[in-house]
Ligand binder design. Structure first.
Ligand code: ME8
Length: 523
């Protein structure tokens, strides 16, 4: 485990609302941050909005309001969406914040003073959607591969950052630090970019063409190029929070669309600014929607709040984290989400919780019984959860969140199998077996306790509901190392049976890929 972690999402362009892609990155960061906090690791989690540049200026003009009024609205929508989704960020940065503006200007002045910024002629093929220049080679049929539109030719005098000066140093760093960019495929892509001559980076825009940006401190006729401004949010947000000591422990989570800016522009900027390099760039793949690229024109953009309202946030979190192998692409359909909800959440976890709590209530009025005597089958169950924990932790640190959840579900399967094998329903008919039935239920409650603790970073609402139903206080629940059999003091009272994940009736519609009704059925 690292001594501390600093976790960041990309800052999202304040020109559109959150969708399932931005939600995925944010949920991954949230789970990763909660995982570390739960293990006592000092953690800071930053997210926010990217508010300058041509793309935003154009969107504001189209909306008929000033850029500032426009970004105020969109940024507030991002913030409230993350709040409604229960995202536990520690800082929310806006690139129009005065502190950030000052931070960017300081860095520019420093790099200028050290001789790494010069004035020259800027020309090339620019994609406004990406806010960056493209080389002919990067284009696909003359179009930007992300936005599928031809870039525009630009030519104007501007300031340049001597990025090329740092090319070799960066390549050596990536070569000697295999964990710097993960998973490996993206590291290889970055190394391939660094095998080509890098050139320098244009970092200004004349105000005559674009005034919506941070003014260059050494030339009032220019504003800063939006990516130069945006990338600096990462240290500036930490600086503002007074937590710069965490900087060397940085984990940047991004989607693969912004690999070049983060794997090439950003580290060279840090080298020039004399700041330590981040620790990890963790790159995930893209979500498609029903097999197609998500786009407004296709009308298949998946809205996180709609999904949350229909299925609950934990179901959405579980689906996102379980369905996508981090680094690879995945497809979002409600049918697949409903499938996971019913098979994993309702059957696996929900069923164990409702059965255990119902038995505890029915036979012991909720009073937790002593755990002895222990049978081999009980020890096997305890071991299954010990294994689940080890595997889950390894997988989270290796970014395989889907595997981490699989490992936890192997523990839940063992618990459900334990109930079948020990058959408390049958034993309960014999009064002489009462102590054994009590011990079996205690083991089931322990399974639920450990499962809820391990699930907490991924399914925080569910974990809290389980904690309450199990009658555990917060301190006991926070203690991951509490020994099996030592979490429920004699006399602890478990609550009423809960139905954590009512099954979603699919009535054939969801199976066919159409939106599910979301109507819970009786179980
Ligand atoms: O690029 N699948 O902002 P942005 C998965 N402001 N993730 C997706 C996705 C999809 N279909 N679509 C978007 C920017 N994302 C810049 C970043 S950082 C200094 C500046 C996620 O609003 C993914 O994390 O276009 C991607 O990298 C990010 O949204 C881009 O968000």
């Amino acid at each position: 485990m690292q001594p501390a972690v600093y976790v960041t999402t990309p800052i999202f362009y304040a020109n559109a609302d959150p969708h399932i892609g931005s939600t995925y990155t944010t949920v991954v960061c949230d789970a990763f941050a909660r995982f570390h906090r739960q293990r006592g690791v000092p953690t800071f989690f930053l997210t926010g909005t990217d508010e300058h540049g041509e793309k935003i200026a154009e969107a504001a003009a189209a909306a008929g309001i000033t850029p500032q009024a426009f970004v105020d609205q969109v940024s507030a929508r991002f913030r409230s969406a993350w709040d409604e989704c229960g995202i536990a960020y520690d800082g929310f940065i806006r690139t129009t914040d005065a502190h950030h503006v000052g931070f960017v200007q300081d860095v520019l002045a420093r790099i200028h003073a050290s001789g790494d910024i010069y004035f020259g002629e800027y020309s090339g093929l620019y994609c406004v959607g990406c806010e960056r220049l493209y080389t002919e080679k990067e284009l696909v049929d003359g179009r930007c591969p992300q936005h599928l539109v031809p870039p525009v030719e630009v030519s104007e005098p501007n300031y340049f950052f001597r990025m090329s000066r740092y090319q070799d140093e960066l390549r050596r760093h990536i070569e000697s630090n295999p964990d710097f960019i993960r998973p490996e495929g993206y590291r290889n892509e970055a190394l391939a970019m660094l095998r080509e001559p890098l050139g320098d980076l244009c970092i200004s825009r004349p105000k005559t063409r674009l005034s919506w940006g941070i003014e260059i401190p050494f030339d009032r006729d220019y504003v800063t190029y939006v990516w130069f401004d945006a990338l600096l949010n990462y240290p500036s947000g930490l600086d503002r929070a007074g937590r710069m000591e965490l900087w060397p422990q940085t984990h940047h989570f991004i989607g693969k669309d912004i690999l070049k800016t983060h794997a090439v522009f950003w580290p060279t900027m840090l080298l020039a600014a004399g700041l330590p390099l981040f620790r990890h760039l963790d790159v995930h793949g893209f979500w498609s929607s029903g097999g197609q690229k998500m786009s407004k024109s296709l009308g298949n953009v998946v809205q996180p709040l709609e999904m949350r309202d229909r299925y609950g946030m934990d179901t959405l979190r579980y689906f996102l984290l379980r369905e996508m192998a981090f680094g690879q692409d995945a497809d979002f359909t409600e049918a697949a989400l409903v499938g996971r909800r019913n098979s994993d959440l309702a059957n696996g976890l929900g069923n164990l919780a409702s059965r255990t709590l119902a038995m505890s209530k029915k036979w012991f009025d909720g009073a937790v019984q002593p755990i002895d005597p222990r049978e081999p089958v009980d020890v096997e169950l305890e071991r299954a959860f010990a294994r689940a924990r080890v595997e889950l932790e390894e997988h989270v640190l290796g970014l395989a969140f889907h595997r981490a959840l699989e490992a936890l579900w192997r523990g839940l399967d063992a618990a459900n199998k334990y109930i079948v094998e020990t058959a408390p329903f049958t034993l309960a008919k014999d009064p002489a077996q009462r102590p054994r039935v009590g011990a079996i239920l205690h083991n089931c409650l322990e399974s639920l306790r450990v499962a809820a603790q391990l699930a907490a970073p991924f399914l925080p609402e569910t974990a809290e509901r389980l904690r309450e139903s199990l009658g555990l206080d917060e301190a006991t629940f926070a203690d991951l190392d509490r020994a099996w059999g030592r979490a429920f003091p004699a006399g602890t009272a478990t609550g009423e049976p809960v139905n954590l994940f009512p099954r979603i009736e699919t009535d054939g519609a969801a199976k066919a890929g159409a939106p599910a009704t979301g109507r819970p059925s009786r179980v």
